[in-house]
Design a protein around this ligand. Structure first.
Ligand SMILES: [Zn+2]
Ligand SMILES: [Zn+2]
Length: 290
C-alpha cells in the first residue's frame, strides 16, 4: 500500500498540522484547513474518491475551495450548515446555555465562522458506505474513519497525544456513548496502525484505544463525583473537572464553550445511564444524582 502524506498548516497555535492522506493514488482522506493554498495543494492529486472525515474547519478545505466531488456522512451534511447558517447554530447554543443557567456569551465565539463567509464550491454528496468506511461517531455525529489493509485513517476520532473532544450539539446529545462504542468497535477490527489527522502515527493501536476508553470512563466518574459532591449547575460542574489544559475559570471564551459542551455530553451520558437526573431550580436546569 502506498500512502502519501500531505502536511497542511492550520492557523491555530495549539493545533498541530492537519494531515491529508492519499492512499494508492486513489483515495484522499480529509480536505485540510479551509484556505485556498491548502486546496490548491490537494487539487494536484487525481484521485477516485475524496472522503471528508467530519465537518470541522480544519478538515473541510476541499468543500469550500475546490470544485471536485467530495463525500461526507449524512449527519455531517447537516452540520456543514454551520458555515452557511452560523446564526442559527449560535442561537441554538445560546438557548441551551440559558436553559442550564450558563453564560450564553461563550457561544458568541462561533461568530468567527460567520466572519469567514464560506460558500460551498465542491460537489458534496453522501458517503458511499463500503467495507473501507467505518462509522466512528462521538467526536462529531457522523464522523467516519477509513480502513485500508489494516491501516485506520482516523481523522480526529483517535489522536496519538490529545484526547479528542466529544461533541454536544442541541441536536446531538449522545456523543460519549457513541464515542465509547466507536472505540470498542475498533478494538475488534484488527488494526495494525493508525494514521490520525493530527499528531503522530500510532503503532500500537490496541494500547492507545484502551487508554482512551480508560480516559473517557474515568472522566464520566469525575463528572458524576462533581454532581455527587453537591455541584449542581453546568458551569460549577465543568469547573470541577481536571482539564488537561488547566483551570476552567482561566479559559478563554472558546475553551469555556468547548468545555461546557463536553461536560454536557458527559452529563447526558450519566443521565442516559440512570446515574444523574435533571431538575428545575430558580428557573434553570440543574443536575443531581439519582
Ligand atoms: Zn474535529
Ligand atoms: Zn481536526
Amino acid at each position: 500500500m502506498e500512502i502519501e502524506i500531505v502536511r497542511l498548516k492550520t492557523p491555530f497555535p495549539d493545533l498541530d498540522h492537519t494531515y491529508v492522506y492519499v492512499v494508492n493514488s486513489e483515495i484522499m482522506i480529509d480536505g485540510g484547513f479551509c484556505n485556498p493554498q491548502n486546496a490548491e495543494k490537494l487539487e494536484e492529486f487525481d484521485v477516485r474518491r475524496r472522503i471528508i472525515t467530519h465537518h470541522h474547519i480544519d478538515h473541510v478545505g476541499l468543500v469550500f475551495y475546490s470544485e471536485k466531488d467530495v463525500e461526507i456522512h449524512k449527519r455531517e451534511l447537516e452540520f456543514l450548515e454551520i458555515y452557511s447558517k452560523p446564526e442559527k447554530f449560535i442561537e441554538d447554543y445560546k438557548k441551551l446555555f440559558r436553559m442550564y443557567g450558563a453564560n450564553e456569551n461563550y457561544a458568541e465565539t462561533l461568530r468567527v465562522i460567520a466572519a469567514m463567509k464560506l460558500t460551498k464550491k465542491a460537489k458534496v454528496r453522501e458517503i458511499t458506505k463500503d467495507s473501507h468506511i467505518i462509522e466512528t461517531p462521538g467526536h462529531t455525529a457522523g464522523h467516519v474513519s477509513v480502513l485500508i489493509d489494516g491501516c485506520l485513517f482516523s481523522g480526529d476520532f483517535i489522536l496519538s497525544r490529545t484526547t479528542p473532544n466529544v461533541s454536544f450539539y442541541p441536536t446531538y446529545t449522545c456523543g460519549v456513548s457513541d464515542y465509547l462504542k466507536s472505540l470498542e468497535k475498533c478494538l475488534k477490527l484488527n488494526i495494525s496502525e493508525i494514521f490520525p489527522a493530527h499528531e503522530k502515527r500510532i503503532k500500537d493501536p490496541e494500547r492507545r484505544i484502551s487508554r482512551l476508553i480508560e480516559h473517557y470512563s474515568s472522566r464520566a466518574v469525575e463528572v458524576f463525583d462533581a454532581v455527587n459532591s453537591g455541584h449542581r449547575t453546568l458551569e460549577e460542574i465543568a469547573s470541577k473537572i481536571n482539564w488537561s489544559i488547566g483551570n476552567f475559570r482561566k479559559f478563554d471564551d472558546f475553551n469555556k464553550f468547548m468545555a461546557l459542551c463536553e461536560t454536557l455530553a458527559f452529563l447526558h451520558y450519566l443521565k442516559d445511564t440512570g446515574k444523574v437526573r435533571e431538575e428545575k431550580s430558580d428557573g434553570k436546569v440543574v443536575f443531581t444524582v439519582c
